[in-house]
Design a protein around this ligand. Structure first.
Ligand code: ADP
Ligand code: FRU
Length: 325
């Protein structure tokens, strides 16, 4: 299956959240009321850093590393963190023309604890007052620039209207290739399901599957398919189990996990999988090849600290990707 006929001319746009991640890599996950320092004995803080975060922002980082020059659309606070965020977007070749700046707000942030012992990532997120993207703000996007728009499933009532705008655009431009619409269903909230029937491609995260009580990738895919358009593609990554996917009534395709020598940093594994899978589908690869590529890049990501070391790894992987085109 190829969603797009031929290599599209337009770009990929990711719509969603942007924040700062304050990340502590600890030798083990701390106990309540424990003090963890760089030289403490029972547990040690090995590294601490700031990173640009948010699902859509992370999708853009990976798409940028893959060389696809993505666009980000979402809100950003005019706070002192803004220059850090904007410089970092530039480092990954992400276009921020459609980032909407809000004065007088604080930058959303996550405190993240990475456990070296288990590879877990514990995220405590807080958005005090930064507004979500408004429908009118999205209307400034020049849709003719894009071939694929990926939406983080949040801010559901606005995103629903925004997707409907994109669908209307597609109907009124039937002479050109329609913009592919994908959504990520991750947040444990009942209302996100409203977005499922509006998308061509649906990524169902394991967090959402757990919230709904889905017991496996197949179970999650079957349940989401009940809500999706008949020909929609449903893709489900599942941590160490790899990923599975299915289009309409076709057979389920699967990818194994690609384990790095050591799992070091799982923050953004799902975001990496989504970005790499979209990239591959966008390049005209099959669903099977694309989820495999998603797992390969996500497997490489969890083996390194943060994003930057992924740059060289991706350069090597891309050599083979294009060689088999
Ligand atoms: P999330 O970040 O949303 O929790 P998942 O844990 O489902 O995402 O992981 C997404 C993808 O990342 C998986 O399909 C897999 O390919 C890869 N991945 C996640 N954890 C590991 C791991 N421990 N080893 C190798 N790959 C992993
Ligand atoms: C990872 C992530 C982090 C951010 C959090 C927001 O998937 O996007 O970068 O802090 O999730 O929910």
């Amino acid at each position: 299956m190829s969603l797009l006929k031929g290599r599209p001319n337009g770009h990929i746009l990711c719509v969603g959240h942007l924040c700062v991640d304050i990340i502590s890599l600890c030798s083990t996950y701390p106990e309540e009321d424990q003090k963890v320092g760089t030289t403490t004995r029972r547990n040690r803080c090995i590294d601490q850093r700031w990173q640009r975060g948010g699902n859509a922002a992370n999708n853009c980082t990976v798409l940028g590393l893959l060389g696809s020059k993505p666009y980000f659309c979402g809100t950003i606070a005019a706070s002192h963190e803004r220059s850090f965020i904007m410089d970092d977007f530039a480092k990954y070749d992400v276009n921020t023309e459609y980032a909407v700046v809000h004065e007088g707000c604080e930058c959303p942030a996550s405190c993240v604890i990475l456990s070296e012992a288990t590879g877990s990532r514990t995220i405590i997120h807080c958005n005090k007052d930064l507004p979500e993207l408004a429908v009118d703000e999205f209307k400034k996007v020049n849709l003719s620039n894009f071939s694929w728009i990926h939406f983080e499933g949040r801010n559901v009532s606005n995103i629903r209207e925004i997707i409907e705008l994109v669908r209307e655009y597609n109907s009124s431009h039937s002479e050109s290739q329609p913009i592919i619409i994908s959504v990520e269903i991750e947040k444990a909230k009942p209302e996100v399901e409203v977005l499922v029937p509006l998308a061509d491609v649906i990524f169902v995260a394991r967090d959402y599957a757990a919230y709904k009580g889905y017991t496996s990738m197949d179970d999650a895919i079957a349940n989401i398919q009940l809500l999706a358009m008949p020909e929609a593609t449903v893709i489900c990554p599942w941590g160490e189990m790899g990923a599975s996917a299915c289009t309409g009534k076709k057979a389920i395709v699967r990818s194994p996990v690609f384990s790095p020598p050591k799992v070091i940093d799982t923050l953004g594994a799902g975001d990496t999988f989504i970005a790499a899978t979209i990239y591959s589908l966008f390049e005209g690869k099959s669903l099977q090849e694309s989820i495999r590529f998603g797992c390969k890049i996500a497997g490489a990501k969890v083996g390194v600290r943060g994003w930057e070391p992924l740059r060289d790894i991706i350069t090597n992987i891309m050599h083979n990707f294009h060689a088999h085109s």
